[in-house]
Design a protein around this ligand. Structure first.
Ligand code: ADP
Length: 610
């Protein structure tokens, strides 16, 4: 019985832990979960910034002061032309221009002349608002471009933080690579080879899979690391041009008032980054191969279940401080995993593992709490039952002891007592001490028998005489409640075994029948079958009875039914467990047939003496 309960309890724990794993994993993929994952990602970004390096890119900025000097946005083309003319002298490796130039404008001739002298020029194209195609630079500019890259800004991010970038966009039927990627291709003089898992772009294998829409995470350089020089400053200090030597230049507007695409980055904490700087960061990500890849779904799910299982095991098998330490370690591990993975350039979502672990710990702890409480209640019950046993024993023993004490005292005090009286006293002492000894003997015998320390006596005795003796003793009790004990046509069948134990068993059944019946009822003892080598003896009452579940449990030590407890009858729940042991030791069986309020029938099936 007990091991089955144990298994059921462990299955419950396994179920709870499994459900925690599933719940944690699934919540990680809800909108809320994804948002939290992103915040954790940003946090890791700030926690683990890449070590600074010498950037291969530089920003040629059209900043506030430049635009002011050139008369606002209208002077943008002239300003860019002047800037290019200055840096072209030191031969930059590539110049990528993030200005959309689909229509003629002011300063076009100057800009075209500057473009003509620019080596490795990459121009930008943007998607038409309706997505039907691309807005390309006018042919007067386009003819100088080695390549054209798209700079279409997706500003539909749910928290406006730009963490990643698709490496291509499609408008109409025309696919364009991103500006930074084009700059990389031009600089390395290579073409793209596409595989399902990524893009092979010269010396760089970019892990941008088809499945992920060829998106890469941008590994932003520490703020301020990629240099910016404005056209205004170049005008003031032409020697600054030297900084552009051999670099990949990203030229564009940085003026806060004019910038069209503004981004927040995981670092920015509300500070906005102009698009041109973001392109430079994408370039650095590719050039330094600082690719952050997402952990696979299988890996995440497996880790969630591993955490949940570990929590379950900890609570199932550890306890006390080990359990606490294990819980702490587990929580720590679930938090460290994303950090350690991030150091390895793997992005591990924070929510699923965390929630799976927390849920599993919470449910396993609740499970343990209930289990411990159940054990505690059981122990408490056992304690009170033992106390009751002590009460019972002292109560049962006190009656004969009081009689013995009283009688012996009288004898010793009154030396000149009449002989008849003295004999009567002595008889009381004798019979009561025998009763006491028998009671103790029965308890001890049954304990020894069940412990296998004693052989059963093998005497022959008649069933009818035994039952009559028990009935006679029980009648003294029954009379108080006006209960009639009736024994019907008992055969003189012979049994073999320990007569005293058997008497204890039958007497116990009879006194129970009397105890748990109301006044003015009847208890009947009869034999209904004595064919074969067995005899069936039944003791039937018209008492409180019990329901079916209880009929199984009453043979357990210390078990008492609610009805019995409420009846006010003294009891310990030990008697029937002893009866059952005695009967089993004699090779017999005991059954109960009972209905609440209708009465009970206890039937012994006993072996006849051969
Ligand atoms: P006790 O009588 O000391 O409580 P027992 O082991 O003799 O202990 O009996 C166990 C329980 O079985 C009783 O407490 C009572 O609930 C139930 N029981 C036993 N005999 C009867 C009966 N004849 N009718 C109803 N309930 C009974």
């Amino acid at each position: 019985m007990d091991w089955r309960k144990g298994i059921r309890s462990y299955l419950l724990l396994a179920g709870l832990v499994l459900a925690s794993g599933i719940a944690g994993t699934m919540l990680g993929w809800t909108a809320f979960g994804r948002q939290l994952n992103q915040y954790a990602y940003d946090f890791l970004f700030r926690l683990e910034p890449p070590a600074p390096w010498v950037p291969s890119s530089i920003v040629l900025a059209l900043d506030e002061r430049t635009l002011t000097k050139y008369g606002g946005l209208i002077g943008m083309r002239a300003a860019l032309a002047d800037g290019l003319n200055r840096i072209n002298e030191v031969k930059p490796a590539v110049v990528a221009v993030d200005l959309i130039l689909p229509e003629p404008g002011n300063g076009d001739d100057r800009l075209a002349a500057a473009f003509a002298k620019t080596h490795n020029l990459v121009l930008a194209s943007d998607m038409r608002p309706d997505g039907s195609g691309w807005e390309d630079p006018i042919p007067g500019f386009g003819k100088y471009a080695t390549a054209t890259g798209e700079v279409h800004a997706d500003l539909d991010k749910f928290d406006a933080v730009s963490r990643d970038l698709p490496l291509y966009k499609v408008a109409g039927h025309d696919r364009r690579w991103a500006l930074a990627l084009e700059a990389w291709l031009v600089n390395t003089g290579t073409q793209i080879t596409e595989t399902p898992d990524g893009l092979l772009a010269g010396p760089a294998m970019i892990p941008a899979s088809v499945e992920n829409g060829r998106v890469i995470r941008i590994r932003y350089a520490p703020l301020g690391m990629i240099p910016q020089v404005s056209v205004f400053d170049l005008d003031q200090n032409p020697s600054l041009a030297d900084r552009f030597r051999g670099k990949v230049v990203f030229a564009g507007v940085t003026a806060q008032t004019a910038v069209r695409d503004r981004w927040m980055t995981p670092y920015s904490n509300g500070v906005i980054m102009p698009g041109i700087e973001m392109h430079a960061n994408v370039y650095e990500t590719i050039a330094r191969r600082m690719f952050l890849v997402d952990e696979s779904l299988v890996g995440v799910v497996a880790a969630c279940f591993a955490f949940a299982m570990a929590a379950g095991l900890a609570y199932a098998f550890a306890s006390g401080w080990i359990e606490n330490v294990f819980t702490a370690v587990l929580l720590l591990a679930s938090q460290l995993l994303p950090v350690i993975a991030f150091r390895d350039s793997i992005v591990w979502p924070w929510v699923p593992g965390t929630l799976a672990t927390v849920f599993a710990i919470a449910s396993a702890a609740a499970w343990k709490h209930l289990l411990v409480r159940r054990e505690l209640v059981k122990a408490e019950n056992q304690k009170t039952r033992y106390q009751q046993t002590m009460q019972f024993v002292t109560h049962e023993m006190r009656t004969p002891l009081t009689a013995i004490q009283g009688s012996s005292e009288l004898i010793s005090r009154y030396g000149s007592m009449p002989e008849a009286k003295r004999k009567q006293m002595a008889d009381v002492i004798h019979s009561e001490s025998k009763r006491l000894a028998r009671m103790i003997e029965t308890f001890l015998s049954v304990e020894r028998l069940s412990a296998g320390q004693m052989e059963l006596k093998q005497e022959r005795f008649a069933l009818d005489a035994l039952v009559e003796r028990c009935a006679g003793r029980a009648r003294a009790l029954a009379e108080n409640k006006q209960i009639e004990i009736q024994s019907l046509d008992l055969p003189a069948t012979e049994l073999s075994g320990d007569q005293e134990l058997m008497e204890y068993a039958i007497y116990n059944l009879l006194t129970n029948a009397v105890k748990y019946s109301p006044s003015h009822t009847r208890v009947t003892v009869y034999v209904d079958d004595e064919s074969g080598d067995r005899v069936r003896l039944s003791i039937q009452d018209q008492g409180m009875g019990m329901d079916e579940k209880e009929t199984v449990r009453i043979f357990e030590k210390f078990y008492r039914t609610k009805r019995a407890e409420q009846s006010g009858e003294m009891g310990t729940g030990i008697g029937l467990s002893i009866v059952a042991q005695i009967v089993t030791e004699h090779g017999g069986t005991i059954e109960v047939d009972s209905k609440p309020g209708k009465g009970s029938k206890f039937t012994l099936s006993l072996r006849r003496a051969s």
